[in-house]
Design a protein around this ligand. Sequence first.
Ligand code: NAD
Length: 470
Amino acid sequence: MVVGEIVNQTELLVIGGGPGGYVAALRAAQLGMDVTLIEEGELGGVCLQQGCIPSKTWIAAADDYERAKGLTAIGIAVEAGRVDLSGLRQFKDGVVQQLTSGVRQLLSGRGVHVVKGRAEFINATTTAVEASDGRQFYHFAQVIIATGSRARQLANLPADGERILLPKHFLALGALPHRLCVVGGGYIGIELGTAAAKLGSEVTILEYTDRLLPQTDPDLVRVVERRLRELGVVVRKGVQVESASVGEEGVALQTTPAGGGAAETLAADRVLVAVGRDANLEGLGVEKAGLAAGPVLTVDDRMRTAAPNVFAVGDVTGGPMLAHRASHQGYVAAEVAAGRTAAFLAQAIPAVVFSDPELATVGLSEADAVAQGYAVRTVQFPMRALGRSLAGRSASGVAKLVADQETGVLLGAGICAAHASDLIAEMTLALEMGATLEDVAGTIHAHPTYSEAWHESALLGLGQPLHVLK
Ligand code: NAD
């Protein structure tokens, strides 16, 4: 910064326009603050532009296609469909554009000043912003860092956007790969691998550990794995990718068993790498704002970093890297910045994998509860015992509750079943409210619905099941 350069003033600067940053900006503006939001790309961040929303258009389309193929079995004749990925891409782009313009309108309607450019700290109260029309400076009283994360790359499998893809490349494909190899059996590997298989790709998932979704309750993951097999997806666990050679015809992956052993070669047209995400801190200059450089930013429950006027929210603060966690943290940071009393309490963050069936969890898993010293009561309820599941051709799956043995207070819930992504909301509220098995059992659940799984699970937990025998 040199003498004579113009410095813009703002009360609150938000860096990053993803679900953490834009929600923080909206809430702060709603509370009367003067807010400037800096975003180098498009509003909505990875979630809206390259992740949650685009992938859900693929997943919804693949589900529709798959279910349509099954209609003949229930007496409805349909013509064999044909997958046109350019049509799906158009639909996806339309959804993304509509939502992006919605976020833009909300920010402008609340009076948030949105600047397109890349921010870098000069000190704890000033940033420089590189924009297409030059460099500008912003002086602020408080700042919220919401720069998100990016897909992790593997040194021996560098993405080229053609043969070796990151999720953003995959979701922009114009044609479906005949043979797709997915490296990583986590959220993205399972979600996109399942969608590709339903649309017609031959899919192989390579997972380094000995489990898919290694952090998730195996009783739930088992259901997903069974369905992947039904869809013809080859799942190989305990596999290490050593190297890849890219040629005219595709990619040859050299793999070895993770524990050592003979090498194998696997051929694919395209490889999708989905092995986790890293916080976006490069080039931000957080050390100039008084923060220690590390893989993520450390925050307290008010979303404050070690520097008193600097907040951080979302993926840049570490995991779980979920859009709704980022938004809630953004909301809390805005409240605290505006002088209100607020805190982020993390015991009930729902997590959803858009697998088939969907898998959703909240609170403690059985293993976590036991590790934390609880004596637990756990129950599993089979979804096939519900009339709605059978009528809706969605009979596979299981609901699981984890409760404190003595008091019956709910500690966690999980479900792998149709509509699990929405069903988990009831248990999230139950956990937030400190509900017991008796509270859930005493709640009238509409019939016939999938939500009856929670009612029946609670009854099961109380030792009084109605629609299953003990
Ligand atoms: P992930 O952490 O969910 O899964 C990565 C998987 O890759 C793990 O199972 C890990 O053991 C495996 N792995 C790591 N290195 C490997 C290697 N060299 N070879 C083979 N396997 C390897 O990561 P992701 O699927 O990339 O997703 C990133 C994050 O994004 C998720 O953890 C989640 O926080 C978020 N996300 C959320 C949703 C959702 O909410 N529905 C969807 C997609 C992504």
